[in-house]
Write a protein that binds this ligand. Structure first.
Ligand code: GRF
Length: 205
């Protein structure tokens, strides 16, 4: 069965674009049914429109409480019969209630090798710390911060004369390579969670 995917993005949406492109060129066994944003100016929403994908914006400040905002999103996802939520630069923490509702059906990408450099500045924090190797992590979302079971990680070397901008570019390239794969594995029912560990059945990389 083709899985119905909702991508949540607050900004530029290059990961959204990578997932759209992968689906066009290789197939995810999934359909990007909608793109949701908490930011009306997110370029991700324009990308959705350009690709004839339903785009939805809800303004968090229109809702009295976080629970009301989440309720509205959950209603939307249920109406659209969404199987998988893909967070792609969604800069708005997802609440535990939402995570419980979509348990093991929310993915996130983090621009560092978790559990190192959690939080919103993964690239900068790794660069400034002086690590020689950083990378990208795709993981399931649980109720903690960047703490769910890891699906794919790929390392990126930090060369000594490299600027942070150069590192950012390398990290984004790797993101665009591995996020569509993780989505595809999910859509093909190839991810098996065993405690903290995720097994990929018939792994390609
Ligand atoms: C990516 O670096 C991702 O790892 C992080 O937010 C950024 C989103 O970039 N979670 P984009 O909006 O997909 O271009």
């Amino acid at each position: 069965m083709i899985k119905r995917i909702a991508v949540f993005a607050s900004g530029f949406g290059s990961n959204l674009q990578a997932i759209i492109d992968y689906n066009k060129n290789h197939s995810l066994n999934g359909e990007i049914a909608l793109v949701f944003s908490n930011n009306k100016d997110a370029y991700a929403l324009s990308r959705a429109k350009e690709n004839n994908i339903k785009s939805i914006f809800f303004n968090p400040s229109d809702y009295g409480t976080r629970e009301e905002f989440d309720k509205k999103i959950i209603e939307l996802l249920e109406e659209e019969k969404i199987d998988l939520v893909v967070l792609a630069g969604y800069m708005f923490l997802v609440n535990p209630g939402f995570v419980r509702k979509f348990k093991n059906r929310i993915l996130n990408i983090h621009p560092a090798l978790l559990p190192s450099f959690k939080g919103t500045h993964g690239i900068k924090d790794a660069y400034e710390y002086g690590v020689k190797v950083t990378g990208v992590t795709v993981h399931f979302v649980d109720e903690g911060l960047d703490s769910g079971p890891i699906i794919i990680q790929k390392a990126v070397d930090i060369n000594q004369d490299e600027s942070m901008e150069e590192l950012e570019e390398k990290i984004h390239c790797v993101e665009h390579e591995i996020y569509p794969l993780a989505v595809k594995y999910f859509c093909e029912d190839r991810l098996k969670i065993e405690g903290r560990k995720v097994k990929i059945l018939n792994k390609m990389i």
